[in-house]
Design a protein around this ligand. Structure first.
Ligand SMILES: [Zn+2]
Length: 423
């Protein structure tokens, strides 16, 4: 690990300035002083420390405003790296990203979360090690691993609080065990929250804005970011829009609620509806016994794109339900923007985007006060994994959320065997 000497400036102040430099891409010391309210000598000291630490580089001179042209500074993307791991019921996606949040290497493999954690985590660790080697990054510069997954979670403890997909995951210390395997710090967070934060770090949203993210993979989750800060609630199990009731008389959900959105609009629901539509299962060659329903869902989404009326009807129905959730989210948080992220928007994203935008335009409470834009994530299917990596930077460098679990022992990854079925 890269360890910094003891600096004169408080870490939080350094974090604020670093985050401003990241967001601005290039900025002068004068502009930093104006944006933070800090004095010119303090800004000079912070920037000096950030340059000494390698995190920031000088980037030529800006335009003169009368005197000497100001020296500009920018983030050094190669200064640090992090790893994002998205653990889903069907797929595990791993990315290595640079400090600017740009992915340098990516892999995915199937089946990890359907195993007990004692079997799955060695496979994940082996893939992380292989990917770091393939990316050619100096391991000393890797700050840690952001492991993101569904909830509920005891985030501070790095523990999942759900028996999904198997009982063995409930209460298992995933962050600690993965940290021990890799010899790198690991944090656990929610996948939808990670996707939302990733958009912010990549600079695609207004840093002062209030935006939401709807994340759809096998399940449906949500995240809200207010002026760069994640809305966490009491325990970081917030904005769970997949588990708001849309039918008080609906079926019981695995979460304990009834009539949850996910069971009407999520990929498994759409596949179930397709199997019940006469002729559609045969026409699209859907497998009623398929374990990996995301593949079946992608077939339905592709048929909807191609104009099949039955498939289109099912996707439109799912999008309408999501539009209803988007209206609820917007009216609760007064959002400027909603980002659609995750693999289940990959195929029929434009149908979802148009329908959700329409619902928000027509029904959101504050629609006469300001518009709400519905946009696809810049990171697409990998938004949660990239966001997981970004959460590590935020934790370590901007101190927004210091939750990395350090490895207690020496790494024990040497005996790990690479898994099969790598895609
Ligand atoms: Zn539920």
């Amino acid at each position: 690990m890269v360890t910094s000497p003891t600096w004169a400036v408080r870490p939080k102040t350094r974090g604020v300035v670093l985050d401003l430099i990241r967001a601005a891409r290039v900025i002068s010391r004068v502009e930093l002083a104006a944006a933070t309210g800090l004095t010119a000598p303090t800004i000079s000291e912070v920037v000096r420390e950030l340059i000494a630490d390698g995190l920031v580089l000088e980037a030529g001179r800006g335009a003169s405003t009368g005197g000497k042209p100001p020296v500009l500074v920018q983030l050094n993307p190669a200064a640090r790296y992090s790893v994002g791991v998205q653990l889903e019921r069907n797929t595990c996606v791993i990315v290595v990203v640079d400090l600017a949040g740009q992915p340098l290497a990516r892999t995915s493999f199937r089946g990890a979360a359907s195993m007990p954690p004692d079997q799955a985590l060695p496979l994940v660790a082996a893939q992380v090690n292989t990917l770091l080697a393939a990316a050619g990054v100096d391991r000393e510069k890797v700050l840690g691993v952001g492991l993101v997954s569904y909830g509920p979670q005891a985030r501070d403890a790095g523990v999942l609080l759900t028996p999904q997909p198997t009982e063995a995951w409930l209460g298992y210390p995933v962050a600690q065990r993965l940290a021990e395997r890799l010899g790198l710090p690991v944090l656990l967070d929610n996948d939808a929250t990670a996707a939302a934060v990733g958009e912010y770090w990549l600079g695609t949203v207004d840093p002062r804005g209030t935006y939401g993210c709807i994340y759809m993979a096998t399940g449906i989750g949500g995240g809200v970011v207010v002026a760069g800060e994640v809305y966490r609630g009491s325990s970081s199990n917030s904005v769970e829009i997949g588990h708001i009731s849309i039918d008080v008389n609906g079926d019981e959900c695995t979460c304990g609620n009834v009539g949850c959105l996910e069971n009407y609009a999520g990929p498994s629901a759409v596949v179930r509806q397709a199997l019940a539509t006469p002729g559609l299962a045969q026409q699209l060659a859907l497998d009623p016994a398929a374990q990996d329903f995301l593949t079946e869902f992608a077939r339905i989404a592709a048929a909807a794109n191609a104009g099949d009326p039955d498939a289109r009807g099912l996707i439109e129905r799912s999008a309408r339900y999501l539009g209803c959730a988007a209206v609820t989210m917007t009216s609760l948080f007064d959002l400027d923007m909603i980002v659609l992220a995750g693999p289940s928007f990959a195929v029929a994203g434009s149908i979802y985007q148009a329908r959700i935008q329409d619902e928000v335009d027509r029904r959101t409470f504050a629609r006469q006060a300001h518009p709400v834009r519905v946009v696809p994530s810049v990171s697409g299917s990998d938004a949660a994994a990239i966001g997981g990596a970004v959460l590590v930077f935020r934790s370590e460098l901007t101190h927004a959320s210091p939750l990395l679990v350090a490895p207690a022992d020496t790494p024990s990854g040497a005996e790990d065997q690479p898994p099969v079925d790598t895609t």
